[in-house]
Design a protein around this ligand. Sequence first.
Ligand SMILES: CC(=O)N[C@H]1[C@@H](OP(=O)(O)OP(=O)(O)OC[C@H]2O[C@@H](n3ccc(=O)[nH]c3=O)[C@H](O)[C@@H]2O)O[C@H](CO)[C@@H](O)[C@@H]1O[C@H](C)C(=O)N[C@@H](C)C(=O)N[C@H](CCC(=O)O)C(=O)O
Ligand SMILES: Nc1ncnc2c1ncn2[C@@H]1O[C@H](COP(=O)(O)OP(=O)(O)OP(=O)(O)O)[C@@H](O)[C@H]1O
Ligand SMILES: N[C@H](CCC[C@H](N)C(=O)O)C(=O)O
Ligand SMILES: [Mg+2]
Length: 501
Amino acid sequence: MMTLEELVQSLRGQVKVLEQAGDLRVSLTAITDDSRAVQAGSLFVAVKGEQVDGHRYISSALASGAAAVVMQEAVAEVDRSYVRVADSRKALGYLGSRFYGDPSGRLRMIGITGTNGKTTTSYVCKALLESIGGRVGLIGTVAYQIGSEIIPASHTTPGALELQQLLKKMVDGRCSAAVMEVSSHALAQDRVSGTEYDVAVFSNLTQDHLDFHKTMEEYFQAKLRLFTGLTGIQKPNKRAIVNSDDPSGARIASLCAVPVWTYGIKDKADLRAEQVRLSLDGTTFMAATPAGTFPVESHLVGEHNVYNMLAAIGVALHEGATIDQVRQAVTRVTNVPGRFERVMAGQPFTVVVDYAHTEDALVRLLTAAQALKAGRIITVFGCGGDRDRGKRPKMGRAAVQQSDVVILTSDNPRTENPLAILDEVEVGVRDALQQRSHVTYQKVADRREAIATAMRAARPGDMVLIAGKGHEDYQIIGTKKFHFDDREVARDAIRELTHCA
Ligand SMILES: CC(=O)N[C@H]1[C@@H](OP(=O)(O)OP(=O)(O)OC[C@H]2O[C@@H](n3ccc(=O)[nH]c3=O)[C@H](O)[C@@H]2O)O[C@H](CO)[C@@H](O)[C@@H]1O[C@H](C)C(=O)N[C@@H](C)C(=O)N[C@H](CCC(=O)O)C(=O)O
Ligand SMILES: Nc1ncnc2c1ncn2[C@@H]1O[C@H](COP(=O)(O)OP(=O)(O)OP(=O)(O)O)[C@@H](O)[C@H]1O
Ligand SMILES: N[C@H](CCC[C@H](N)C(=O)O)C(=O)O
Ligand SMILES: [Mg+2]
């Protein structure tokens, strides 16, 4: 058990303590920022959220037996020990880290940020680091993994306390390193305060999440925090690994005060891919790195994955992997769930499920498909509700620009009217159709029906791309989650074809 005094020491130099009252030696059994989870002896941290203000729940937390409160606002009715700080959301991560034994200080911590490529890079990174020896934990969009334990992910980057709990589990589970995706939401909301990274990776920055960040500059500044945050950390041998083919990457490299390795294909980067050969079964290239130049053979498809591999190779080399370890481990990565995942059910055409849900991702997916296709490209996609509306027409345009058949459908409509979302995507579709009038276009709001329509339209040699939901095994309509898996639905639709034939 820990006292409030011990916990508050973790804020020193990080978050200003404005006021304290009561006995700070009070022992705390748990820590939470959710009044509904308070038990006798808990510390309740009142956080101002995006939806509600946690200070409103202080009385309820006290009624449930909270032993102490950390808060930002002066609240009159607190009759227990309390500490008032300048920023309770930022404090939450530091307090959590201390409560769970500063786990990030006991692991090699790899943080990966950027609009696209984080999940893929994290999977490759985990495989590469495991080749050095030792267990490697993983936190990201698809799942949280601690050894053989796999916890379905609620967020790409969990909330501050859940994150510290997971990292503690990794320490307890004798992991030597943790690879994690760090979303821009997490950086903006201080979910990773108190987490000390050894290596930070930047993949790229293109439009997404402008519902939350408002401008691209604000979005960039959120990503940048992962890199400027490295400076204040005491760990030895820190490094930033940054895609210098992306203009924002070059900017991050110039603003980062720790040693940097750049990576890229176009640029004269520290880690470079040369002689890239793409095929539907995988990719080969020569990796020119600070440790030497060597051939890489991978099952991952598309040029965008060359970037993801270079980033992961950079991390592994920095962490001490040998070239042989890297080469063997890269080849062992067969597939990242829902990323260019082939569905093979005996059909005479190619079916790919992919998580492209931004304009740039869709362009990269279609570019890969264009280079590898034998017949036409049939693209089924939509855009998520309650998310950045600005990306909708752009994705519509991108789909038409590189497909032969476009079937516009629903992604996760959430609380929006699905048809209204389609209308917004359609603005871009119609715009691009003016130049590409040969493209066949349909709108099928029901995703299952849209996938079946694509399968019926496919001829031998065609490539059907089902984009946007990747590994997701659900569809969110309104506030309800229904079971829905593009891969399963595609397989069912193919089976229907053979039944009807
Ligand atoms: C917009 C957003 O990011 N919101 C996140 C945010 O919640 P919030 O600030 O809105 O919290 P709130 O509901 O206002 O509550 C404020 C405080 O009051 C407390 N409270 C609330 C009610 C109550 O009865 N008692 C109580 O004490 C809450 O526990 C909280 O401490 O902080 C929460 C905890 O960290 C997150 O769960 C929540 O994610 C929401 C559900 C979400 O959908 N987020 C998505 C957009 C997201 O985070 N996505 C990113 C990026 C995805 C990617 O690109 O890969 C991700 O990392 O997943
Ligand atoms: N390096 C890359 N650059 C651009 N697009 C990419 C890159 N890597 C993958 N993509 C595309 O983006 C999609 C999402 O990739 P991935 O899941 O690895 O990224 P992410 O950053 O984790 O995404 P999210 O933030 O949604 O979790 C892929 O399915 C692919 O279409
Ligand atoms: N982490 C991303 C995932 C989007 C996936 C897409 N299927 C959607 O629902 O929009 C987000 O929450 O914006
Ligand atoms: Mg991800």
